[in-house]
Design a protein around this ligand. Structure first.
Ligand code: TRP
Length: 457
């Protein structure tokens, strides 16, 4: 078996930088913006439990699979899958993992850029002192006024896409590695600070009990699917982003340890975001946990607007959210980008710009979903944004993850997997059971449960 030691796209300079880069991909809008609002929409504690189970029993093994497959192939996910299929004498069917991932990446990035644009805009809104002494009604109205303005939203989405394309075109390991080193600790410190503020000013007990009290009756059938989709989304799994990053991991790095570290960091940030936001919600008349995508954009300005130095701390908070979004957006483009570079020997810059333009155009649909097209429903109650979000996150990512688990567990030669993971003899069976049975069965069970549940409901 040919084992390349280098990737033509570059390598992470150390184990730590891989952890930071993968954590940079994992920690993003999914943790700070999305996690709190879907917990809010799905009733709290029971949802969180399902989510945590999905992270550790399904997410962690699948992330290990992505890293090991990428590191063996040392190429874009599509070409890595081609190589793996050849070396395993498997059907070309499995290459679909690579193609579906590219498509999912486009869909996700298209709306990701729009929401990240909101965070950009809020850096300046906070810095201007607009929210000093604001109440819940004012914060809500400010946000709704912004949503009603497609041109303003388009402006910030464009800026975010342009910045992403710029960074991506320079190569991932260069500017990115340097930036991530100070960004991750800074984000962590600031999250702790906001949680601390929430503890003092918000209704911390109510927030805590909402996040952690186990009330199964509050959980809907769809909620289970959404929790699983979120687990994939927040860990950047199921579309090859981590496989692409895995291609740049040095051989002397332990896959298991790094993956567990990444999962813990990611979960920590999501829970901290919940602990920051919900106490504020319960302490503010007029705010409710289930208010949807605007949750972070209403609660954080409201809380910080009433705090000494709130304007500047708030601006820094949204700057960090924007930065977290960029380090994630970059990983969304990497599978398609690396593939096109390999296939056509194209320049990274050119490919980055083309990909950026496609995502930008798709993203306009999301921009309009909040205003001009707000009443245009693709299926049921779903706007264009809801639809793209639902299909990519709740269907494509779990499906991709399922195929990755099956491929790693049943298709790849045992020796190949062993050489990558180097697990101690006692741990090996645990991994085998998780990747062969638990992870695939988990994804399937949730799919079936949702289909069946929706029919019954
Ligand atoms: N994990 C990121 C977040 O939580 C988003 C993201 C980056 C992603 N790369 C991905 C999601 C790949 C799915 C697949 O915000």
């Amino acid at each position: 078996m040919a084992q390349e030691d280098q990737s033509r796209h570059g390598m992470w300079s150390s184990r730590l930088l891989f952890i930071l880069a993968a954590a940079g991909s994992a920690v993003g809008l999914g943790n700070i913006w999305k996690f709190p609002y879907i917990v809010g929409e799905n009733g709290g504690g029971a949802f969180v439990v399902v989510y945590l189970v999905c992270i550790f029993l399904i997410g962690v093994p699948i992330m290990m699979a992505e890293v090991l497959m990428g590191r063996h192939g040392r190429q874009s996910p599509i070409n890595t899958m081609r190589l793996l299929v050849k070396e395993s004498n498997a059907r070309p069917f499995w290459i679909m993992i690579g193609w579906m991932g590219v498509l999912a990446g486009f869909l996700i990035l298209s709306y990701y850029a729009v929401i990240a644009g909101w965070a950009f805009y809020y850096i300046f809104q906070l810095a201007s002192g607009l929210f000093e002494g604001a109440d819940g009604a004012f914060a809500t109205e400010t946000f709704n006024t912004f949503l009603a303005d497609p041109w303003l939203m388009l402006f910030w989405q464009t800026l975010f896409m342009a910045l992403t394309v710029f960074i991506v075109s320079r190569g991932v390991s260069r500017g990115l590695e340097a930036a991530i080193k100070w960004f991750m600790p800074l984000l962590f410190i600031l999250m702790v600070a906001v949680v601390g503020y929430s503890m003092i000013w918000g209704d911390f007990a109510a927030g805590l009990s909402f996040l952690f009290s186990f009330d199964v009756s509050a959980l809907s059938v769809d909620g289970v699917l959404i929790a699983m989709g979120q687990a994939f989304f927040t860990l950047s799994l199921g579309m090859g982003a981590i496989m692409a990053y895995g291609a740049y991991v040095p051989m002397n790095t332990s896959v298991t340890q790094t993956v567990i570290t990444i999962a813990l960091l990611d979960t920590g940030v999501a829970l901290a975001a919940g602990l920051a936001i919900f106490p504020i919600v319960f302490a503010s008349p007029g705010l409710e946990p289930g208010q949807g995508p605007g949750l972070m954009f209403v609660t954080i300005p409201l809380a910080l607007g009433n705090l000494p130095f709130g304007a500047i701390v708030g601006a820094i908070f949204f700057a960090l959210v924007s930065f977290a979004a960029i380090t994630s957006a970059i990983s969304l483009t990497e599978p398609a980008l690396a593939y096109l570079v390999e296939e056509y020997n194209a320049k990274r810059e050119r490919v980055a710009i083309s990909l950026g333009v496609i995502c930008w155009v798709l993203g306009i649909g999301t921009v309009l979903s909040f205003n001009v097209w707000a009443d245009f429903h693709i299926v049921g109650e779903k706007t264009f944004f809801d639809f793209v979000d639902y299909v990519s996150q709740n269907i494509m990512l779990p499906l991709g993850g399922l195929l990755i688990a099956l491929c790693a567990g049943w298709v790849l030669p045992k020796a190949l997997v062993k050489a990558q993971l180097k697990l101690p003899a006692g741990v090996e069976p645990v991994w085998s059971v998780l990747i062969k049975f638990v992870a695939p069965a988990g994804v399937l069970a949730v799919f079936v449960y949702t289909l069946f549940g929706n029919v019954v409901a």
